[in-house]
Design a protein around this ligand. Structure first.
Ligand code: HEM
Ligand SMILES: *[C@@H]1O[C@H](CO)[C@@H](O)[C@H](O)[C@H]1NC(C)=O
Ligand SMILES: *[C@@H]1O[C@H](CO)[C@@H](O)[C@H](O)[C@H]1NC(C)=O
Ligand SMILES: *[C@@H]1O[C@H](CO)[C@@H](O)[C@H](O)[C@H]1NC(C)=O
Ligand SMILES: *[C@@H]1O[C@H](CO)[C@@H](O)[C@H](O)[C@H]1NC(C)=O
Ligand SMILES: *[C@@H]1O[C@H](CO)[C@@H](O)[C@H](O)[C@H]1NC(C)=O
Ligand SMILES: *[C@@H]1O[C@H](CO)[C@@H](O)[C@H](O)[C@H]1NC(C)=O
Ligand SMILES: CC(=O)N[C@H]1CO[C@H](CO)[C@@H](O)[C@@H]1O
Length: 374
């Protein structure tokens, strides 16, 4: 009898501990969902935080947010911004957070504008997070073992390729080459040489324009599976602006990023000593202006490689002339392809978070879409 109870406990424990609370449910089969969801502790999504009241520059590498190296069980991923927020304790240091915590941390730590913070956070959360537990890992794509019958191959997180993470990154290699999320020294050397050539030894928006173009050309020439359509198309350009918007000390306003400081963020998830966040809140409009400066000298339209050196434009992808289509396609195509027939708590959470994702567009000419009904 005791042995039987022991076995049942063991069985329950193995189910309960095998699927982590931050594991993404995206793309799982109905059968997998009905087995996993009952083992999760459901938590309803919090209302997204509002904007900062005080958006001035201030010390953010302060005594309450010292840098500490990530421990062996702490998760880090492809985003140097979120990695840094976690390594300074603006986010939980283990790299597992709620979407609300991520919005708050991006605002407090870097002065990201509320609309942009909400848009990128909820986009990532919808495709890479766990909608039932309300948790997202900032990296952490890992294999699941020990489930009987064996099931989902992977636990999503920001590393998941082609839903948010994508090709032609600044300092991370394309997934085709293997590791798509770690800092890559070869790429940082190119970043450095472009900063020397076009920025007098600093990274600025002129450098960003040239280097973004170079990274695209490089992927066209070497990655037969290079994909450069929405949403990656947008995030690639935005992420080239981010270092200028967020990694420069807020007491400076010249838009020139020192390369040692850049390396600290990209490689070590570390703010310089005494770092002040920007005194400009960078939201969707501001990032759009930066993208314009990068895109104009080398306008590349969305597309993908059909074999090396065979970049084919994709007229179905959203582009910079249609931001609403970015939103609509993300919901109607990307999210729907990952969640075809959600039910119960998952459906409720999905609808709630889709509405939060839409909120930056509220009151605009871009209407909300409801693929799962209102
Ligand atoms: C607020 C929520 C955020 C989310 C969900 C997010 C997510 C991501 C993801 C998934 C990537 C990887 C893209 C790829 O390489 O394929 C990325 C890249 C990047 N993120 Fe974030 N990010 C956020 C905020 C920030 C902030 C606040 C900063 C700056 C302070 C930042 C800076 C960057 C930069 C510079 C890259 C490009 C890295 C590279 O290409 O080498 N992000 N982000
Ligand atoms: C901003 O101020 C309002 C009114 O005082 C307050 O309700 C709100 O919580 C503040 N927001 C933040 C992010 O602190
Ligand atoms: C770094 O990136 C380069 C260029 O994409 C790639 O060839 C190389 O394999 C990457 N290195 C590692 C260690 O992933
Ligand atoms: C970038 O730096 C170069 C070299 O100093 C300069 O010519 C260029 O105007 C700068 N661009 C921006 C946008 O600051
Ligand atoms: C940020 O600080 C710079 C330098 O002190 C100043 O010129 C600029 O007006 C400030 N911007 C904002 C939005 O406060
Ligand atoms: C390039 O891709 C197109 C499809 O977009 C295909 O029809 C064509 O055969 C490819 N060319 C080469 C040289 O692979
Ligand atoms: C998005 O999907 C919904 C429901 O399937 C549909 O009613 C709507 O027309 C679609 N919107 C666009 C712009 O494709
Ligand atoms: C699609 C793909 O190759 N994703 C990879 C991203 O990098 C992680 C860590 O190396 C791999 O586990 C994924 O397979």
């Amino acid at each position: 009898m005791i042995r039987l109870i022991g076995l049942i406990c063991l069985a329950l424990a193995s189910v309960a501990t095998t699927f982590p609370a931050y594991g993404s449910l995206a793309g799982l089969s109905d059968e997998e969902l009905s087995r996993i969801i009952p083992t999760l502790h459901a938590r309803s999504a919090e209302i997204p935080p509002g904007p900062l009241n005080d958006t001035s520059a201030k010390l953010v590498n302060d005594k309450n947010h010292p840098w500490k190296p990530a421990g062996p069980h702490d998760i880090r991923g492809p985003c140097p911004g979120l990695n840094t927020l976690a390594s300074h304790g603006w986010l939980p240091r283990n790299g597992i957070a709620t979407p609300g915590q991520i919005v708050t941390a991006a605002q407090n730590g870097f002065n990201m504008g509320n609309d942009l913070a909400i848009f990128v956070t909820y986009a990532a959360f919808l495709v890479d997070g766990n909608l039932v537990t309300n948790l997202l890992s900032i990296g952490g794509k890992s294999s699941l073992t020990g489930l009987d019958p064996p099931a989902p191959a992977i636990v999503g997180g920001l590393n998941t390729h082609a839903v948010f993470e994508g090709d032609a990154s600044t300092t991370r290699a394309d997934a085709f080459f293997g590791d798509n999320h770690s800092f890559n020294e070869t790429l940082f050397q190119e970043f450095t040489s472009f900063s020397n050539r076009f920025g007098g030894g600093k990274y600025n928006l002129s450098v960003a324009a040239e280097f973004r173009f170079q990274r695209i050309q490089d992927s066209i020439a070497t990655n037969p599976q290079f994909s450069f359509i929405s949403p990656r198309y947008f995030t690639a350009y935005a992420e080239s602006v981010f270092p200028v918007a967020f990694f420069i000390d807020g007491r400076k306003s010249d838009g020139q990023l020192d390369l040692d400081v850049a390396r600290g963020f990209f490689q070590n998830s570390r703010m310089p000593d005494g770092f002040f966040r920007s005194n400009v809140s960078t939201g969707i409009n501001e990032i759009g202006n930066g993208i314009g400066e990068i895109f104009t000298p080398h306008p590349i339209q969305p597309g993908e490689n059909h074999g090396i050196n065979n970049y084919t434009l994709n007229p179905n992808s959203a582009d910079f002339s249609n931001l609403c289509k970015l939103y609509t396609d993300f919901v109607n195509n990307t999210v729907v392809s990952l969640y075809s027939k959600p039910k119960g708590t998952l459906l409720t959470a999905l609808k709630r978070n889709l509405h939060f994702f839409y909120s930056p567009f509220q009151g605009s000419e871009c209407p909300e879409v409801f693929p799962y009904g209102k």
